[in-house]
Design a protein around this ligand. Sequence first.
Ligand code: NAD
Length: 481
Amino acid sequence: MEPRNHLLIAGEWVGTEKALPVINPYDETVITEVPVATEPVIDAAIAAAESGATDMRRLPAHTRSAILTKAALLLEQKSDEFTESIIAEAGKPRKYAAAEVGRGVETLRFAAAEAMRIHGETVPMDASRGSEDRRGFFIRVPLGVIAAITPFNFPLNLVLHKVAPALAAGNSVVLKPATKTPLTALKLGELLLEAGLPSKSLNIVVGSGSTVGAALVRDSRIRMVTFTGSPPVGEVIKRDSGLKRVALELGSNSGAIIDETADLDKALARCLVGGFAFSGQVCIHTQRLYVHEAVAEQFSALFTDAAEELVCGNPALPETDIGPMIDRAALSRGLALVEEAHAAGAEVLCGGKTEGTVMFPTVLLGARPELPVVCDESFAPIVTIDTFRDFDEAIALFNEGSALGEYDYGLACGVFTRDLGRAFRAAEQLEVGNVLINDSATTRADHMPYGGVKDSGIGREGPRFAIEEMTDIRMVSFNLG
Ligand code: NAD
């Protein structure tokens, strides 16, 4: 068996009695089996990471940076291999899988750069009466062992958004990738060891969230849990993690506003990608569009025509835009959302159909804001179009529509306008972590501060910002008096 089909514990590839099949979501064949971490293996992973944390703390910043730089180089060299792995286990169309690998290389480079910039500040102690004779400064120190729990939809880059900054800051990691997509994460472990990472500083355990994930969340040797995934699981992690630090990157029903001054070609191109990339299985999926009534008919027709032209089918083919849903349950859920909206009076402009595990791009007009396809996270290739008359009304519609479902989301909103005043009003009034002017919600550069407000999460990622979450401030004061 190849090393990546084992768990990574203290630099060794470990098997267990129990195995988990990894399924190709397109043809539904078993790609391979991966061992499931048992209690003793989880314990060994955390114990190794404790010792790995000591190794990492001792490494100078330039060495941590050099390891991450080497890893970026190796990933670039092996980009085809990683692309194939993402296509096979996630069913991500080739163009998007290759783009994810390219982003992974950048995430590693950004983390390598940040590793050399971690610093504190001097503190003017004499500003406080009675402290005239004190001199002070603070430094940033690593936390120790960080547990990283990741979702299926970006099996490489969202793992890197946790692992790379954690290592850059001098922490060790126990990683639990999504059970549907463990292979790319295990390959990454192999690559990081090849790049020279101390063997105990990254340990990878596979298994269900409710057993393996929960064991990590509860273990007192772990100092922080960094999680990306769904809001219900985020709630459980926050509840069960005791006094550990948590960073939660959760879901959303993100969207975009298109006003009557907008460049419609640009809005069309960006919202098409935002609405349908990876079949909408993206946390910043552009699932709700609010279009000014003066251009709504024209935009809806153009958008529907373009959606119908997207190539659906085998994700391995270079021309494919829309591949399979991650599993049959996700497919049924997507269809049910459309059927429910249709029954409630929404017009299905295109899609609403499936073939195998592929759901065709679907555009709905006139879905009421309280329908789950609008107010919950659809995580499917479905875009709803609503209209507005006044720009401030659109901001209100977006904000109100974020809170009508099970959760009160606030991750991202795109705004297409040529009116500078409106762009600034949107930036100030939209209740989200990311406002994207003349871009769809589905926009992320990997070094920007990224994260949600309200039920969309706690904390920010992007290596510089993740490092802030993954370090402690240690104040040092000298009494010279
Ligand atoms: P999920 O919440 O089902 O699973 C995510 C991870 O949590 C998996 O590794 C899973 O095994 C683990 N897990 C499940 N139950 C657990 C428990 N009780 N304790 C500990 N770990 C547990 O999410 P998913 O279906 O893999 O991914 C889709 C979700 O992720 C969507 O809601 C999406 O919006 C969100 N997401 C958010 C971002 C972001 O940056 N905000 C990015 C990508 C995905």
